[in-house]
Design a protein around this ligand. Structure first.
Ligand code: ARG
Length: 464
């Protein structure tokens, strides 16, 4: 019996012929961890070179192993070899196929290594690669947002609090809020990537390899910046997966809020935007419908990503050190969450880049809803009226307008003065949305100069 024997599992030495048979389908992870093939091969190549460096195998044997591993990868990718549930996971499948190719030499590859440090290595490499892709996709969305913002510094719409019209803002200002939250998301992924950048190789099962392997060398071969300090930690740590899922959850929460606004804005009630056809669908019964499905699904899929985070946190809770099979559950969680996140980022960028902005509808919404009330109160303050008193006076004006069905813009100078002698003729101009926005030019404000600075800063952040 050896590695190449297809009738027994690799760990079958102490078992009879039925080893694992009844639960094979249940315990196998090959259905999903086949996705780690390329990374597993890379990890094994690094390990073969590390074994040679330690003099455990010859350089010639190492290069035969490396060659064989590359062929196994090609055979699987091109359909010449098949992965089988019989061999549990990707690691064992590769080893079995390698044995079929190289015979007894293949049996030397697993020297000083365990599937525990092997799978942990694959997962670290996977997270690092995903983060690079997520960077590009987040940047794609940030760019789409910034491009749209540039064109709408002068387009005004109501800003809302409590979902009630609050104060006029520029559409650029509103969009840029998402730019800066996505910048924080990107930063969270980069922090996660920094902590994932350590090699578990050499930890072996949990106690550290019994062979004097050069762990720093193995790490460098795989592009890791360092190695785990503690072998038990190295094989039982899934923090880096959980951090990835946390960063993904926060990003999904932001995407979901953006998506919700797209849904609202594209409704007939708002009419602020129209999603392009590519991001809308029709109804099978109501011919007039143009549904914002893409945005709704982004909103919906946020729940799915949070679920992956909560699921894995729960799986990890209470696991004694070191490796436990429970941890195999990390893969579907991570794969599903990252696929979902990437798809949502891509669709959000496309929807934002192609939506039609209905500036005229936005602007006319700024004329209703008493958006100038804060400005009117501020005006009285500038005339020496204490703010609380000013707030009370303008409150009365709003109540009056509501009772007679007027907007603030319908009032003339005499109407204003009826409530306070401190109102001058200029109040009529001052409460116009453009004036309101223009005055808010302090850093972070919605005024055109302040938004211009936000745009410059955003561009720096994107290009930096
Ligand atoms: N398929 C396993 C996983 O995904 C690989 C590690 C198995 N290690 C073990 N000792 N059974 O976690």
């Amino acid at each position: 019996m050896g590695v190449g024997n297809r009738n027994r599992p690799l760990w079958g030495g102490r078992f009879g012929d039925d080893a694992g048979a009844a639960s094979r389908d249940f315990t196998a992870s090959i259905y999903f961890d086949r996705r780690l093939l390329g990374l597993d091969i890379r990890g094994s190549i690094a390990h073969a070179n590390t074994l040679a460096r330690a003099g455990i195998i010859t350089l010639d044997e190492a290069s035969q192993l490396v060659e064989g591993l590359r062929e196994v990868e090609g055979d699987i990718l091109e359909g010449r070899s098949e992965l089988s549930t019989e061999f549990e996971d990707i690691h064992t499948n590769v080893e079995v196929l390698l044995a079929e190719k190289l015979g007894p030499l293949a049996a030397r590859l697993h020297t000083g290594r365990s599937r525990n440090d092997q799978v942990a290595t694959d997962m670290h490499l996977f997270v690092k690669e995903e983060i690079d892709e997520v960077f590009d996709l987040i940047d794609g969305l940030r760019r789409a947002i910034l491009d749209r913002a540039r064109d709408h510094v002068e387009t005004l719409l109501p800003g809302y609090t409590h979902m009630q019209r609050a104060q006029p803002v520029s559409f650029a200002h509103h969009l840029l809020a998402y730019f800066f939250m996505l910048t924080r998301d990107r930063h969270r992924f980069s922090e996660c990537g920094r902590r994932a950048d350590v090699s578990p190789l050499g930890a072996a099962a949990l106690a550290g390899s019994g062979f004097p392997l050069d762990r720093e060398f193995a790490a460098a071969e795989l592009g890791f910046s360092g190695v785990y300090e503690n072998a038990m930690d190295a094989v039982s740590d899934r923090d880096f997966v959980l951090e990835y899922l946390s960063a993904a959850s926060l990003t999904m929460m932001h995407l979901s809020r953006l998506a919700e606004e797209l849904v609202l804005w594209s409704s007939s009630e708002f009419g602020f935007i129209r999603l392009s056809e590519g991001y809308s669908t029709g109804s099978s019964i109501m011919p007039q419908k143009r549904n914002p499905d893409s945005a709704e699904l982004i909103r919906g899929k946020s729940g799915r990503v949070y679920g992956r985070l909560l699921g894995l946190l729960t799986t990890m809770k209470g696991l004694p050190l070191a490796y436990n099979s429970d941890m195999q559950e990390d893969k579907e969680a991570l794969f599903d969450a990252t696929d979902t996140l990437k798809a949502c980022l891509k669709v959000a960028a496309g929807a934002v880049a192609t939506m039609e902005v209905r500036g005229a509808n936005m602007e006319s919404a700024t004329l209703g809803g008493f958006l100038g009330a804060t400005d009117a109160a501020d005006y009285l303050v500038s005339r020496g009226v204490p703010f609380r008193e000013a707030h009370g006076i303008v409150g009365e004006i709003v109540a009056h307008c509501e009772s007679v069905g007027l907007e603030l813009s319908d009032l003339g100078p005499a109407d204003w003065r009826g409530f306070s002698a401190d109102f001058g003729d200029d109040i009529v101009e001052l409460i116009h949305p453009e004036g309101s926005v223009r005055r808010r030019d302090l850093p972070g404000g919605t005024g055109p100069a302040a938004v211009g600075s936000q745009i410059r800063r955003a561009k720096e952040l994107l290009d930096g």
